[in-house]
Design a binder for this molecule. Structure first.
Ligand code: 13P
Length: 248
């Protein structure tokens, strides 16, 4: 099995920086792996964690804006993310789409800014809702998201993107997509990417997210042969996350 991407999305957790530091100290002791472990904590704690833990982990942010600087109160730009030493940014997470009304157009502008102005790797989240799956619309939803989110993205830069297939019904629910559902989604994504970009489409890394845990990691990484996982809840549990990160 090739080395995998193990991405932790801490979302808005923990409340105290000290608790995050303790978690990372624990992980430094317990994670021994050739997999690439990427931690995406709350942005406000990032500089502190980067100072202490950059020899052990890569770091990313959970969002950024589509402009490099200016009068955009509360926003951070891809260049700022790069400046503090982050190498990854999660874009278009379903929580941002649903809770903060982010549209495919917003996501597209962010991706273009990131790819045109920095060397940061965007992790683009896509996936269907429970109703869309029930109506057998998974393929058309994924296709529409990929087409709109990647509109006008330079073919030469496309290889640098990671796609996270995160079905909305699997996020934070304890219900995860089964092996065949993940393989089907992966094949659909590869086909859509190849239709747009040709063979480069096959080189784009695709990870799975949605109720990833110690029990299902083998089926996702080994059986479905995904390039990695995007882990929410389980990434805050040191024992469970170490098990996931150490998987080989
Ligand atoms: P859970 O692992 O808690 O389902 O969250 C998945 C997720 O949203 C990762 O980005």
């Amino acid at each position: 099995m090739k080395n995998k991407l193990i991405i932790a999305n801490w979302k808005s957790n923990p409340i105290k920086r000290n608790d995050g530091e303790k978690l990372l100290k624990n992980l430094v002791q317990t994670i021994k792996t050739n997999n690439k472990v990427i931690i995406c904590p709350p942005t406000i704690f990032l500089s502190h964690f980067l100072n202490l833990f950059s020899p052990y982990f890569q770091f990313g942010v959970q969002n950024c804006y589509s402009k490099d600087k200016g009068p955009y109160t509360g926003e951070i730009s891809p260049k700022m993310v790069q400046d503090i030493g982050c190498k990854y940014v999660i874009i278009g997470h379903s929580e941002r789409r649903s809770l903060f009304n982010e549209t495919d157009e917003d996501i597209n502008l962010k991706l273009i800014e990131i790819l045109n102005t920095t060397k940061i790797t965007p992790i683009l989240c896509i996936g269907e809702s429970r109703e869309e799956r029930a109506q057998k619309k998974t393929y058309s939803i994924i296709k529409q998201q990929i087409k709109s989110d990647l509109k006008n993205v330079d073919k030469n830069k496309i290889k640098n993107i990671i796609i996270a297939y995160e079905p909305i019904w699997a996020i934070g629910t304890g219900i995860y997509a089964h092996e065949q559902e993940i393989v089907d989604a992966k094949n659909s994504i590869v086909k859509i990417l190849c239709d747009i970009y040709g063979d480069i489409g096959r080189k784009i890394r695709i990870v799975y997210g949605g109720s990833v845990n110690a029990q299902n990691i083998e089926s996702i990484l080994k059986n479905a042969d995904m390039n990695g996982v995007l882990v929410g809840g389980a990434s805050l549990k040191p024992k469970e996350f170490s098990f996931i990160a150490n998987f080989k």
